[in-house]
Ligand binder design. Structure first.
Ligand code: MG
Length: 255
């Protein structure tokens, strides 16, 4: 099928989908406090998506049972919300997708629960900065490998490892479109980026090794060595200049 180029009008709809995701993640981040059950975060996600007019992308996707992925500590991605209670010092990754007027928005954030260790704080900051490095590299005429390498180089320069088995992706009418966007790569390789491409960049960074395992629930992905993991994701659009982040809250637009 190849990489689908979106029109300005389609990107504008994706901007609205992205804004819904950003607003709900902002609300959820503030609710991720000691004592809350992960299932309660899913209830809030469902309610806020409905209030803002977004349909949940994840619920029912290949049988996923919830609106939100909640991944705690050594869980990397795809955690299923449930009876687990968040504790002071945990780090929790919240990953949310929505469909608005036929187009997808997808983003993730990792937050500390109460006060967290300096090591956990540094991992979170590094993962968010690795995503920013990838976004900065995602300019028109750059190659996809430039983006992957920027993410990898930043995270590894800080002493962490980058998950290989799960990647970012093209996004549009479908949550997962071409191309795959690995978080490791070689500059100067891969497809050339063009205006109208939309990508979800999503580094998953581990404090230990990059190997993963899957839990008995067949969804939750964990670090193989039990080390901490953080995950940040934005949906971006390639423009003629700097990439536009579609899933961030710009000043003054908070609902
Ligand atoms: Mg994604």
């Amino acid at each position: 099928m190849g990489i689908i180029i979106k029109s300005d009008r389609e990107i504008d709809i994706m901007r609205q989908a992205g804004r819904i995701v950003a607003i709900v993640l902002e609300i959820l981040s503030k609710q991720a406090k000691p004592g809350i059950k992960t299932r309660e975060l899913d209830v809030i996600a469902a309610r806020e998506l409905e209030r803002l007019g977004g349909k949940p992308s994840f619920k029912g996707y290949r049988g996923f049972p919830a609106h939100l992925c909640v991944s705690v500590n050594d869980e990397i991605v795809h955690g299923i919300p449930g009876e687990r209670v968040l504790n002071e010092g945990d780090i929790v990754s919240l990953d949310l997708g929505t469909v608005f007027m036929g187009f997808q928005g997808d983003a993730a954030v990792t937050v500390g629960v109460g006060s967290i260790s300096p090591e956990a704080r540094r991992l979170i900051e590094t993962t968010e900065a690795a995503l920013k490095a990838g976004i900065a590299a995602a300019r028109s005429k750059a190659r996809l490998g430039d983006v992957s390498a920027a993410i990898q180089d930043y995270a590894e320069s800080r002493g962490y490892s980058v998950v290989r088995e799960y990647t970012g992706h093209g996004i549009g009418r479908e949550m997962h479109e071409e191309p795959q966007v690995p978080n490791v790569g070689t500059p100067g390789t891969g497809p050339v980026l063009k205006k109208g491409m939309a990508l979800a960049l999503e580094p998953m960074v581990n404090s230990g090794g990059w190997h993963t395992r899957i839990a008995d629930d067949r969804w939750t992905v964990l670090t193989a060595d039990g080390s901490l993991s953080a995950h940040f994701e934005h949906t971006i659009a390639i423009t003629d200049d700097e990439a536009e982040v579609l899933t961030s809250l710009k000043e003054g637009v908070y609902a």
